[in-house]
Design a protein around this ligand. Structure first.
Ligand code: NAP
Ligand code: MG
Length: 495
């Protein structure tokens, strides 16, 4: 993909934006008629005013979803039909790559280059993969003796609410909606207020692909309005949430005071990256350590934001790491030469700068630490590394969700494992070593949903992604995601 800045700038000038809610197969204003502004955080400019959906819109979408679900047009159709529609949607996403990548970049600040080569193809791949999977899942027949036949089947749960964050807006939408739709559910998606634009375009592409009216709705809106209304709705059977641990806990509360809907949570993280002295290729490890924290401006739930290096190689390793940082110099997200894009918002920028201020007091600043490119009106932070970080400090313990790496050292394997596991989170972890036994020993002991060995943050549609502890429950991706969106039905027949 060798698109130029002028290609993207010209495309941006002619872009048309969808700004209304998508309910029952058509775009419509929010019931209360209100809108909210979505900004381009690289310039501070207004992009659009988008429908601010509230409980009344959730009621409408649930009614349409329930009608379509009970009618069976999608929920009871031949799964081969769902396969054809979802793979067609994947094709349409691929065909709209430039447009979707640009919308994503303008809305939340990521590099358009990454959106076009990573986010959009990954979203298409997820729709294709679940589309292909859905007509290959069969039930079980149980040997129940001469006098009985027992069957176990998977049924869609009904109406699924998907509430997603702003860091990978289209990809997170795909992670939730693709398996939920493939299983035959009707789905209501609420994108984050900072990044509603690709979700609204996805609604249109889904309709074009043949997803029937009411089966897929998109409700842009604010968390405490549209998000809360989804959490509390008695007509929603399951909520799949990705976002902060704080808001994830609210969804557990919403379920407990409403209909006990199933709640699946993919929440925050503070993933550890352990570099042992048995690592042969320290340069490669340093390249990945930088990528693990600076990719997507560090706005990655599974970012390896805590780096622990074995004492005897620490000095050499940190020197190599610092040599990699220049590749992440922030710049115009539409410029293919930029190394990092803009932070999603002024609010998030202020939050990250607050953590940097704390770091300046408690650790050594090795690089970065500044807000940059302020003349653009945008939200840019230089890639920042702190060394000598006290594992008890807030810098080491709290999710920063920005380009800030906390580095500390360890003496031996036992200490490395102890430090890595000393966190309320348990999303990902990385281990670098060329000692095979050490790799297995350490990977087994780490409290994390995913452990990457000699790489960082490996994510693949074929393998589950999710966390333990306060990183949440349930898994996105892989065939296991169907467990969240289906119920087991036993039918026992006395012969
Ligand atoms: P967030 O504030 O928790 O928001 C996530 C979603 O929840 C948004 O759609 C938001 O809507 C909505 N929401 C906010 N307050 C709500 C409320 N009171 N009731 C119902 N819904 C509400 O998270 P974020 O700041 O967008 O994203 C960053 C967080 O997501 C980080 O903690 C990160 O680790 C986590 N994350 C986790 C994963 C994972 O797979 N584990 C992946 C990506 C991100 P509004 O935006 O309109 O408020
Ligand atoms: Mg925005």
């Amino acid at each position: 993909m060798n698109r130029t800045l002028s290609h993207w700038t010209a495309l941006a000038a002619g872009l048309s934006l969808r700004t209304q809610a998508f309910v029952a197969g058509r775009f419509r204003p929010a019931c209360e008629g209100r809108t909210f502004a979505t900004l381009n955080p690289a310039t501070g400019e207004h992009l659009a005013y988008v429908a601010a959906c509230t409980a009344a819109d959730v009621d409408l979408a649930v009614a349409a979803a329930r009608r379509s679900f009970e009618g069976g047009v999608w929920s009871r159709c031949d799964p081969a039909e769902r396969r054809r529609v979802l793979t067609r949607l994947a094709d349409l996403i691929v065909a709209s790559t430039d447009e979707l990548a640009l919308l994503e970049s303008l809305d939340m600040g990521k590099l358009v280059r990454d959106a076009a080569t990573l986010d959009v193809p990954a979203a298409a791949e997820v729709f294709r993969w679940y589309g292909e999977a859905c007509d290959k899942l069969n039930g079980e027949v149980i040997r129940a003796g001469e006098g009985a036949l027992a069957m176990i089947d998977r049924e869609p749960v009904g109406v699924v609410g998907a509430v997603v964050p702003w860091n990978f807006p289209l990809k997170m939408a795909a992670w939730k909606c693709a398996p939920a739709l493939a299983a035959g559910n009707s789905v209501i998606l609420k994108p984050a207020e900072q990044s509603p634009l690709t979700a609204l375009r996805l609604a249109e592409l889904a309709a074009e692909a043949g997803i029937p009216d009411g089966v897929f709705s998109v409700l842009p809106g604010l968390g405490h309005e549209a998000g809360q209304a989804i959490g509390l709705h008695d007509g929603i059977d399951c909520v799949a949430f990705t976002g902060s641990t704080e808001v994830g806990k609210k969804f557990l509360g919403y379920a407990s005071v409403s209909n006990m809907k199933r709640v699946w949570l993919e929440c925050g993280g503070k993933s550890a990256n352990l570099v042992f002295s048995a690592t042969r290729d320290l340069d490669r490890a340093a390249t990945f350590a930088a990528q693990g924290i600076f990719f997507n401006q560090g706005e990655v739930c599974s970012a390896t934001s805590r780096l622990f290096v074995q004492q005897d190689i620490a000095e050499a390793f940190i020197a190599r790491l610092l040599a990699k940082v220049d590749a992440y110099r922030p710049g115009n997200p539409l410029d293919p030469a930029s190394g990092m894009g803009a932070m999603v918002s002024e609010e998030q920028t202020a939050r990250v700068m607050g953590f940097i201020a704390l770091g300046r007091e408690s650790a050594q600043l090795a690089c970065g630490g500044e807000r940059v490119l302020t003349e653009t009106g945008g939200c840019f932070i230089a890639p920042t590394v702190f060394t000598g970080v006290d594992p008890a400090s807030r810098l080491a313990r709290e999710e920063i969700f920005g380009p800030v790496l906390a580095v500390a050292t360890f003496a031996d394997e036992a200490e490395a494992i102890r430090l890595a596991n000393d966190s309320i989170y348990g999303l990902g972890a990385s281990v670098w070593t060329d000692d095979l036994s050490q790799a297995h020993r350490v990977a087994r002991r780490l409290h994390a949903g995913s452990v990457s060995v000699n790489t960082v943050d490996m994510v693949d549609v074929r393998t589950p992604f999710g966390g333990v502890k306060q990183s949440g429950s349930g898994r996105d991706l892989s065939l296991h995601a169907f467990d969240k969106y289906t119920d087991l039905k036993t039918t026992w027949i006395s012969l």
